[in-house]
Design a protein around this ligand. Structure first.
Ligand code: PGA
Length: 237
């Protein structure tokens, strides 16, 4: 895992967005795994601006949503697919058929298996936020290195943190997520962290022994993972 210090929050977002734009320019049919959460929002803003300006296109790209909350209405604005649509998909030229997400409408295990198959050999590039407890996607502490797309229970702190997405108090206690094994098949992984509240977990991710108690640490076994931090999140690195 190589640590990249991206500078101020603005410089960090510029760096990640411009590097992603460069990847898309070289490989227009890029197969991306994208997260929600607050971390990538300024990056998605910059991508949307670049698409509107004609600098880059997602017209040939493919996007796989990283994870989804369970037990939430399909049109709830706090659902991950609704958030990614609002922050990025609705603002760019990605064809609807190449925006892959979870319906959670029927047999969840079958849908997860089909999702895993559609990812196939792996995404070209996976962007991840870093959870305060070291989770990536909804792979909470205890997630195995070879885990695949599946239903998971959320850690109590993840349920509590989800309150920032919902305008009601029926917070999700479970979800579906790409597994650690699914993420590890990605050719490239960018683990993104910004803000002072990520400084401690970013340092632990780099320094603590690789183990299932800190899921992001599994990425240290991945050959091309970058941990991209802003000044605040990188303060202890
Ligand atoms: P955040 O969430 O981007 O809102 O900090 C990251 C996560 O918990 O996965």
């Amino acid at each position: 895992m190589r640590v990249v210090k991206g500078g101020s929050r603005e410089q960090w977002a510029d760096f990640v967005a411009e590097t992603l734009i460069a990847r898309l320019q070289v490989r227009p049919a890029l197969r991306l795994c994208l997260p929600t959460g607050l971390t990538p929002v300024p990056i998605y803003d910059r991508i949307a601006t670049a698409v509107a300006a004609g600098r880059v296109s997602l017209g040939h790209a493919e996007v796989f949503l990283l994870d989804e909350f369970g037990g939430v209405d399909p049109d709830d604005p706090g659902r991950c697919d609704q958030m990614l649509r609002r922050f990025l998909v609705a603002r760019v030229d990605l064809p609807e058929a190449r925006f892959h997400r979870f319906t959670l409408a029927g047999d969840i295990a079958a849908e997860c298996d089909a999702y895993e198959r559609s990812i196939g050999a792996g995404c070209d590039l996976t962007l991840l936020g870093l959870g305060g407890n070291g989770h990536i996607g909804m792979n909470e502490p205890g997630a195995a290195a070879d885990s695949l797309t599946r239903r998971v229970d959320l850690a109590p702190e993840t349920t509590a943190a989800s309150a920032r997405y919902f305008s009601h108090d029926r917070l999700p206690t479970w979800g579906v997520t790409m597994g650690i094994g699914t993420i590890m098949r990605s050719e490239e992984v960018w683990l993104l962290a910004a803000g002072t509240n990520k400084a401690a977990i970013a340092a632990r991710t780099v320094r603590e022994p690789v183990s299932d108690s800190l899921p992001a640490s599994w990425l240290r076994a991945h050959p091309t993972t970058l941990l991209i931090v802003d000044d605040e999140a990188g303060a202890r690195l």
